[in-house]
Design a protein around this ligand. Sequence first.
Ligand SMILES: *[C@@H]1O[C@H](CO)[C@@H](O)[C@H](O)[C@H]1NC(C)=O
Ligand SMILES: *[C@@H]1O[C@H](CO)[C@@H](O)[C@H](O)[C@H]1NC(C)=O
Ligand SMILES: *[C@@H]1O[C@H](CO)[C@@H](O)[C@H](O)[C@H]1NC(C)=O
Ligand SMILES: *[C@@H]1O[C@H](CO)[C@@H](O)[C@H](O)[C@H]1NC(C)=O
Ligand SMILES: *[C@@H]1O[C@H](CO)[C@@H](O)[C@H](O)[C@H]1NC(C)=O
Ligand SMILES: *[C@@H]1O[C@H](CO)[C@@H](O)[C@H](O)[C@H]1NC(C)=O
Ligand SMILES: *[C@@H]1O[C@H](CO)[C@@H](O)[C@H](O)[C@H]1NC(C)=O
Ligand SMILES: *[C@@H]1O[C@H](CO)[C@@H](O)[C@H](O)[C@H]1NC(C)=O
Ligand SMILES: *[C@@H]1O[C@H](CO)[C@@H](O)[C@H](O)[C@H]1NC(C)=O
Ligand SMILES: *[C@@H]1O[C@H](CO)[C@@H](O)[C@H](O)[C@H]1NC(C)=O
Ligand SMILES: *[C@@H]1O[C@H](CO)[C@@H](O)[C@H](O)[C@H]1NC(C)=O
Ligand SMILES: *[C@@H]1O[C@H](CO)[C@@H](O)[C@H](O)[C@H]1NC(C)=O
Length: 443
Amino acid sequence: MLYNKAVLSAALLSAAAAPAMAASSSSANSTATATSSSSIPSGCSLGSSATMTAQADLDKIAGCTELSGNLTITGDIGSAALANVKKLDGSLRLYNATDLVNFSADSLTVITGGLTLQELTVLNSASFGSLQQVDSITLLTLPAIDTFITNLQKANNIQVSDTTLESVDGFSTLKEVAELNINNNRNLASFNSSLQTVSDSLQISFNAESTQVSFNDLIWANNITLRDVESATFPKLETVNASLGFINNTIANISLAKLTKVGQTLSVTSNDELTYLDCSNLTSIGGGFVVANNTKLADISGFSNLQTIAGAVIVTGNFSTLDLSSLKSVRGGATIETSASNFSCSAIKKLQSNGAIQGDSFVCKNGAVSSSSSISSTSSGSRTSSNARSTSNANAAVSASGSSSAGSSSSTKSKKSKGVAAQDFASVNSVMGAVAAVAMALL
Ligand SMILES: *[C@@H]1O[C@H](CO)[C@@H](O)[C@H](O)[C@H]1NC(C)=O
Ligand SMILES: *[C@@H]1O[C@H](CO)[C@@H](O)[C@H](O)[C@H]1NC(C)=O
Ligand SMILES: *[C@@H]1O[C@H](CO)[C@@H](O)[C@H](O)[C@H]1NC(C)=O
Ligand SMILES: *[C@@H]1O[C@H](CO)[C@@H](O)[C@H](O)[C@H]1NC(C)=O
Ligand SMILES: *[C@@H]1O[C@H](CO)[C@@H](O)[C@H](O)[C@H]1NC(C)=O
Ligand SMILES: *[C@@H]1O[C@H](CO)[C@@H](O)[C@H](O)[C@H]1NC(C)=O
Ligand SMILES: *[C@@H]1O[C@H](CO)[C@@H](O)[C@H](O)[C@H]1NC(C)=O
Ligand SMILES: *[C@@H]1O[C@H](CO)[C@@H](O)[C@H](O)[C@H]1NC(C)=O
Ligand SMILES: *[C@@H]1O[C@H](CO)[C@@H](O)[C@H](O)[C@H]1NC(C)=O
Ligand SMILES: *[C@@H]1O[C@H](CO)[C@@H](O)[C@H](O)[C@H]1NC(C)=O
Ligand SMILES: *[C@@H]1O[C@H](CO)[C@@H](O)[C@H](O)[C@H]1NC(C)=O
Ligand SMILES: *[C@@H]1O[C@H](CO)[C@@H](O)[C@H](O)[C@H]1NC(C)=O
């Protein structure tokens, strides 16, 4: 292929050394298997697996268009190419080949098992220019890579971790995957995907601080977690079947205008630059609703169609506006805390008092409230302008939860609501537990 003569001859030299090593060293059994001339030509089978350490080993299978078995390439091979092989019925693993600079397998269209490139300290480019179909791709600890090429149409699982890739073009044409996990790639500038569905999980995390991602064709994903991204677009996203988390990103704008349903918890947490959050078509959340610690998010009006929340509500930060005007049912409790003093708890208090918030725990505080609570004072309208004073909002909040357990009067309404509360107590607690667990998992 394209390798220059110096590199090729180096490869041949090490190839010449390999059989001798295999013969004299019992640790090289599998190399011996691969290079033994009897096992390869017959149907191009590697047996169950083979390990190759030199281009000469690879040259012996170069005549095969189909190859079966699990192939590992390792050792002190400098550059390598797997020519002609179109289909590998098995897996291909390049592992701990610490001198390997370039690898190409540009005829390969199908790998039925996994493709793994792992711990290749000087690998600069890997080219699988025809590769359309593979079960899984794992790129792991590739500190020198800058080019990875495929023509991928179909893959189940993709993991790209701890590489120096600036972009992950190899996957840009994929339409569906089960899992996509791109993490700890410190140079990753952008990732543009044409994925339409993700049946298990989509995770982009701990890459460069300024990673920009776009999923402009994504319609649904089972769950999504983004961390440390600077921008993300999901213009067609309609459903997240399980959980959706935006955590600790430098993102300013989260726009999910077509999203109607999140099957489990929605968490938008610790995004320090976030100023705009639009989920205006979202009607139901099957877990907790957590919008927390987004310090610049002053206006949380992007949930105006949200009707049901099957878990708890946790909204904290420095917001003045929170629009939950369509909210009809929250099975858990609610914690609303803002450091803005001009936030009014009245709307959320109304939801609590009319039974929409079914969980026992209810807190609503604004920045004008001191943390020392005076529970007994319930006189409404006694709000003062002093910042350090308790306000009716906080009192109402605390007394609301206090009085529901005190159960003073025995009106039919309170009996009924107490019954519901008692019935739901365990499930509310477990929902709260689940929310906490999910929040922890996302963090
Ligand atoms: C390698 O060969 C030695 C001796 O023939 C044998 O004992 C050992 O099990 C072999 N190892 C593998 C991994 O096949
Ligand atoms: C390759 O390895 C996998 C497990 O890692 C195994 O299921 C499969 O049978 C192997 N392939 C061949 C051709 O032996
Ligand atoms: C990687 O290969 C080197 C020799 O090239 C060897 O010394 C080392 O033990 C190998 N490491 C692993 C984890 O296999
Ligand atoms: C590796 O491939 C790149 C192109 O992808 C080429 O520029 C470079 O010369 C190759 N290096 C070696 C050592 O073959
Ligand atoms: C991704 O899309 C953005 C905006 O269209 C573009 O600036 C960027 O270069 C693209 N990245 C890649 C790797 O194609
Ligand atoms: C996720 O939801 C979409 C839209 O409702 C549905 O078509 C898809 O089958 C669901 N996926 C899973 C994995 O449940
Ligand atoms: C993705 O969702 C499934 C439930 O469908 C869950 O079991 C799994 O733990 C989730 N994964 C992540 C990373 O959240
Ligand atoms: C957020 O990211 C910064 C660095 O990017 C890190 O120092 C901090 O611990 C992260 N916080 C959380 C809550 O993950
Ligand atoms: C946020 O992004 C959406 C979609 O890209 C765009 O329509 C909207 O104008 C942006 N809003 C702000 C305030 O930047
Ligand atoms: C919101 O959903 C409705 C249907 O439920 C749809 O007609 C409308 O176009 C959606 N809005 C956006 C911005 O996608
Ligand atoms: C928000 O930040 C506070 C203080 O840093 C922390 O105690 C709390 O756990 C955070 N909330 C979430 C949901 O991350
Ligand atoms: C909250 O936001 C206001 C401006 O809207 C700002 O003056 C104030 O310092 C912020 N408070 C905190 C605790 O971030």
